[in-house]
Design a binder for this molecule. Structure first.
Ligand code: G6P
Ligand code: MG
Length: 213
């Protein structure tokens, strides 16, 4: 029975992929690294460090250089985040959060991002969440199930009573490994392993999920 909805942030609540792309592009230019939209697509849902490892590919850097690069990328990203507003909440999401609150189904965030809390604040959504699990909450990031298990624990709900909403392959895998039902947003090639799949956030059908689960 559905007692909690656990939301990913980037690509589910708001679309920050373009801002991540711009910030990584700037760093790649400074560092003489190859970075394309195709590579950016591989970064969906994974941590900042895992993202940088993919971008670096065969290029070797010391741990201290890596730490500085992650900091530089994040400074650019934080600057870009200053431009987001409530208008950047993806279609249907605000209505869904309000409906879940009205039905007293717990609403939790489970994101790999260390900026998740700040982004929810900018979007004015903090009051609609019962708990937040983010890139600071667990060691192992998606596709490990840890962030979802931590999120469910924060609201005292068993994994098999949770529905995850995810747009990333790594996130769908993490949710399934956690023993949760998953709504996948995006193409079959990316989120085909989810229990329900929709093309975009506006198509999430709460009634259908509650009837079937
Ligand atoms: C999300 C995004 C990833 C990003 C990660 C870490 O999961 O989908 O592309 O790398 O968060 O974000 P952060 O804000 O901590 O750099
Ligand atoms: Mg995502």
């Amino acid at each position: 029975m559905c007692k909690a909805f656990i939301f990913d942030l980037d690509g589910v609540i708001t679309d920050t992929a373009e801002l991540h792309f711009q910030a990584w592009s700037k760093l790649a230019l400074e560092e003489n690294l190859v970075f394309t939209r195709e590579i950016n697509e591989q970064l969906r849902g994974i941590s900042r460090r895992d993202s940088l490892d993919i971008i670096l590919a065969e290029n070797v850097r010391s741990e201290s250089q890596i730490a500085k690069m992650m900091e530089r990328k994040n400074d650019v990203y934080l600057d870009l985040l200053n431009s987001i507003t409530k208008d950047d909440i993806l279609p249907g999401i605000l209505e869904l959060l309000l409906e879940l609150n009205a039905r007293q189904i717990k609403v939790v965030l489970a994101s790999a991002s260390r900026n998740a809390r700040g982004i929810l604040l900018r979007l004015g959504l903090i009051p609609l969440f019962d708990a937040i699990a983010d890139g600071w909450s667990v060691e192992r990031s998606k596709p490990a199930p840890d962030v979802f298990i931590h999120a469910a624990g924060q609201v005292g709900v068993n994994a098999n009573d949770c529905v995850v909403v995810e747009d990333a392959q790594a996130g769908v895998e993490a949710g399934k490994t956690a023993g949760m039902k998953v709504i996948g947003i995006g193409p079959e090639s990316r989120v085909g392993a989810a229990d329900w799949r929709v093309d975009d956030t506006a198509a999430i059908n709460l009634k259908q999920v509650l009837e079937q689960f």
